[in-house]
Design a protein around this ligand. Structure first.
Ligand code: HEM
Length: 193
């Protein structure tokens, strides 16, 4: 009788998981930076007629609602957990379900923005585009904290985290909010001036 090969379960250690995540995060940082640069490069060569411009502006605003709306909901759940009004489980759930609309919205903003002929000479537009880069890179950085959250017990409290982790978590959330609101404000001011 021939012996059947036995499947040996491969156990991936935490260290190995962290290494793989670091590589994935590195690729994601590069990906968002390239997408941002492409959006700006394309914007220098594309010029749309008025009806198409209006349609793309609609897509820009729609993407803003989807992307920023999802970011606000995740941050709201993070605030509820940090102030002990809800559990880390609820925050994890919100993050899992809303992370896709965040990236879809951001992709929509970069794509439609590229077709809206931004005035790249304007300092306001330059600040807006810098804010867009910051919020995109910060979005990737935040995936590190979502990985940490996934390892916490369901009833873990925010104040039980190490002070360094708490500070980094709060700093990322503040950077994200400031950069998003700045991009929205400048986008609005640019289109009304
Ligand atoms: C997080 C990313 C972004 C946010 C939150 C954002 C937000 C906005 C907002 C709120 C408006 C005003 C729309 C209106 O009131 O009519 C706007 C307009 C505009 N955005 Fe963005 N934007 C983003 C990314 C981009 C990018 C990457 C570009 C270009 C590469 C861009 C180019 C423009 C232009 C040119 C307008 C003016 C369109 C017009 O009035 O004709 N945006 N943006």
């Amino acid at each position: 009788m021939t012996e059947q090969p036995v499947a040996v379960p491969v156990r991936v250690t935490l260290r190995e998981k962290q290494r793989r995540r670091r590589i994935r995060r590195g690729l994601a940082y590069t990906g968002v930076a390239v997408a941002w640069a492409l959006s700006i490069i394309v914007s220098t060569v594309v010029s749309l007629p008025e009806p198409a411009h209006t349609a793309v502006l609609f897509v820009h605003l729609g993407s803003l609602i989807v992307g920023f709306g999802a970011v606000l909901m995740i941050d709201w759940h993070a605030l509820l957990w940090a102030t002990e009004w809800s559990s880390v489980r609820e925050l994890r759930q919100a993050d899992r379900t809303l992370v896709l609309p965040v990236w879809i919205g951001l992709a929509g903003l970069l794509t439609s923005g590229a077709l809206l002929e931004p005035d790249l000479e304007s300092p306001m537009t330059q600040v807006k585009l810098a804010a867009v880069l910051v919020l995109s890179l910060n979005g990737v950085a935040l995936t590190r904290w979502t990985f940490e959250l996934a390892r916490l017990p369901a009833r873990a409290r925010f104040r039980s985290l190490a002070p360094r982790v708490r500070a980094a978590f709060i700093a990322s959330a503040i950077v994200s909010q400031l950069a998003w609101w700045l991009a929205v404000l400048i986008g609005m001011l640019n289109s009304t001036s």
